[in-house]
Structure formats: C-alpha cells, structure tokens
Design a protein around this ligand. Sequence first.
Ligand code: KMH
Ligand code: ZN
Length: 279
Amino acid sequence: MAAELPQGTLITVAPTGAELAKTDHPNLPTTLTELVATAKACAAARAGMIHVHLRDGQDRSCLDVGRLKEAVAAIRAETDLLVQLSTGGGVTDSFEKRMAVLDAEPDSCSLTCGTVNFGDDVFTNPWPFIAELYQRTQARGVVPEFELFDLGHVSTLHRLLDAYGPPATGRIHADLVMGVPGGMPGTVETVVAVVTALPADATFSATGIGRAALPVAFAALAAGGHLRVGLEDTVTFARGRPARDNAELVERAAALADLAGRPPIQGADARRFLGLRAG
Ligand code: KMH
Ligand code: ZN
C-alpha cells in the first residue's frame, strides 16, 4: 500500500524567473548572494521549495551548469528548501541547455507539458523534447514538476505517463501556471477543469500571474491543492501596491494555508510529499 502523504500545503517560491529585471522590482534576486538571502527569508516564511532561475551579469537567463551547481549547493547549505531548477529557462534558451540543467542534480525540475504563446513570444516545448527530458528525470531520480500552462498540456501529461510510466519517485506532481497572456486564464472554472482532468493520484500546486494570483490561490486551496508564489509570477501584493519582496508573498500564502486548515509543510515532510528520501 502506498505510504500516506504528509498533510498540509507545499508552498513553492519562484523568486526570479527569466523575464523581469531590477527595474521591474528592486528586490528581484538576480545574484547568487541575493538568491540565497531570499531563500533563507522564504524558508523562514514557511516555503518548502524554491524554483530557481539564474541570471548572468546582464539580467539574461543563465543555464550554466557550474553556476547552477553552485546555487544548488549554496541554497542547501543555508536552508532545508527543496531545490527545483527551471528547465524552462528563457524563451530563447536552447533545448540542449535546458536539458543539461539536470546535471546540476536538483531535487526537482520543472517540465512544461507543451508549447504556449507567452506574451509576444512563444515558449517552445515540442513532444520529442518533453519525452527526452522526462526520461532523463526518471534515469536520475529527479522529481519532475509538470508545468501546465493550458488545458491541452494535461493531455500531454497523460500521454507521457502512458508512454514512459510514472516518475522515479512514483509521485505525480503538477503545477498550474495560470494567466500567462496566451495560456489558460486564472479562474475558478479553469482550476476545476484542469484538476478534474489530472491523473487520479496526482497532486498539484497553482500560481496565478499578476492579478490572477489571489483568485488562483484561493481556488487551488479550496480544491485541495498547493501554492506557488513569488516575483517570477507577480510583482504586486495588491492593486497598485508592489510586493515588499518574495518573503512577503510567501508569508501571505502561509497565512492562507493556515486559514484553509492545511498549514505549510517543509523539510522532511516536503521531501516525503514529493517522494524523496530524507535529505
Ligand atoms: N521563463 C518561461 C519562458 C519554467 O521555469 O519551467 C518559462 C518558465 C517555466 O519560467
Ligand atoms: Zn520558471
């Protein structure tokens, strides 16, 4: 019989992303020192996982494996956060570089289940790339977090599992990214549609971009899901009021989880939730 999952809410913080710059938010962590300080503050605010994008000196997306390894080690040295590396990178990063992210040996990686219009750009994720990346996660025991930007991405998730079986850890965990211009909207109806279509034993978190942040968080919690927050997705706390920093968004998510009666899980519980052995 499968072991029971820890109760509670996994809060993932996505502090940086690939698109914004300091001019969009002064507390966007774009250096390793800032990233580690952010990780510590967000762990104290009760985040359980961090979704990492690195930047080069010019604010561009950086998928250098050496620097990713350094970041994974630095975050692990200072916090008990699970470390999830983005394999999405920025829209111009090559498939090869995105795949090589696994060489940095994170606990988890994002794995987007389809192509999506992304504002004026296209975030490209064709089936051969998805299938190859997924098999590499299985070979390395890295937990894939299946990023779903659109309802059709759920069909690809089913296709992936049918073709190659479950992730190495046996756990299927998805993240609904809602409200990207070109992707699915951040509404209650859409949360319900996606969650209804997920594999029966899957868990999910959700994040709403911009003004979709709060409706999506409430809907996800009501549907038994988990939360992702952070400046990658939302730079405001409320209309016309910039978020102080990532930790403030995590603090609010933790308060919502408390109110929902499913307080945040961290450390060993978060690891067990994703099917990982004790760290
Ligand atoms: N920056 C976006 C193009 C991921 O991290 O896997 C892709 C993204 C998704 O942020
Ligand atoms: Zn990302």
